[in-house]
Ligand binder design. Sequence first.
Ligand code: NAD
Ligand code: IPM
Ligand code: MN
Length: 364
Amino acid sequence: MSNYNIAVIAGDGIGPEVIAEGIKVLKKIEEIDDRISFNFTSFPWGCEYYVNHGEMMPSDGIEKLKEFDAIYLGAVGYPGVPDHISLWDLLLKIRKEFDQYVNIRPIKLLNGVPSIITDVKKEQIDMLFIRENSEGEYAGAGEWLFKGKPEEVVLQTGVFSRKGTERIIRYAFETARKLNKSLTSISKGNALNYSMVFWDQVFEEVAKEYPDVETYSYLVDAASMFMIKQPERFEVVVTSNLFGDILTDLGAALAGGLGLAAGANINPERTFPSMFEPIHGSAPDITGQGIANPLAAIWSASQLIEFLGYEEWQEKILQAIDTLLVDKTCLTPDMGGSATTSEVGDEIVSILLSAIKQKTLEKM
Ligand code: NAD
Ligand code: IPM
Ligand code: MN
């Protein structure tokens, strides 16, 4: 049996509410599958911790997390603590310190989910976004000069290193090749005359090593339009940190909403732990009501278990989500239902169990 140490940072707002359901699912899997055992360690870091301790996590927080096989995170940020502090001192710090330079965000229309686009078939919305996750527009480089004076100037510098750009584009090509899908690069070389001209150049260079992968390249403005009008154009997509952030919220809206959108922050070399989280935030507007949709967090848990080497469990969880969505009797209000967060988690567990029972019966 393999034992996996999972660090849990449930975080702020609805973070703890949705993470509890993901853990419920993982614990059920541990119970069923005698190859797997989890050891969950919770860290109470986040905005409340900041209010009490003056920091988002202790100074040895990163050192503590290093030991783990994976990190499972809810959401970070809450009114009362400036967002740029809460995010930079916890979520972004982990992504950067652990060199989680790949952010994988599936945008996939599951069965039973109404899309906001009418007349769309589920096959038309099946994208895999690979967002650069370590530098670019979110490098945190800049200056604030002459603060508060009339001549005040603020600089926010995009940082695109050759190493950083090449590695994310190469990762995307490898993924597209493995999945036998096309790869689309989204950039903005017409206006961002250094960073994105460079990005496009690197994309073309690396493409030469993958003649078997069909490629497309769009400007981000046109890409946003195509994502809505012709989503089938996009299969595997590679883009910068900022564009990937924005376009995956747009993608989430196409595929059932933020309550369903999952993301994995990967350190492909496995030198450091990778981190799995829903892409939504702490949703202060619905916190504490027990109505947050836990499906994004549960989908992230499926990415986590796949990363640990159990692809079959990833598929089973996704199928359970699919079944729940088709059935429609147990959905949270964001999806038009009236179920609570924990009812949805319970229902996923029960669908998983009956699917497994069914399989066992078929084998007999
Ligand atoms: P948000 O994603 O928290 O919420 C946007 C809207 O989507 C809200 O109306 C919310 O109720 C709804 N929503 C989000 N997740 C949902 C779910 N699981 N079920 C049902 N409805 C859901 O974005 P925001 O309001 O812009 O940000 C709130 C806070 O979260 C801010 O502090 C922001 O910085 C932070 N944030 C954190 C992360 C993260 O930790 N990964 C991501 C985005 C935003
Ligand atoms: C996300 C979030 C974060 C990001 C914020 C909270 C820093 O929006 O994961 O999409 O932009 O990376
Ligand atoms: Mn975002």
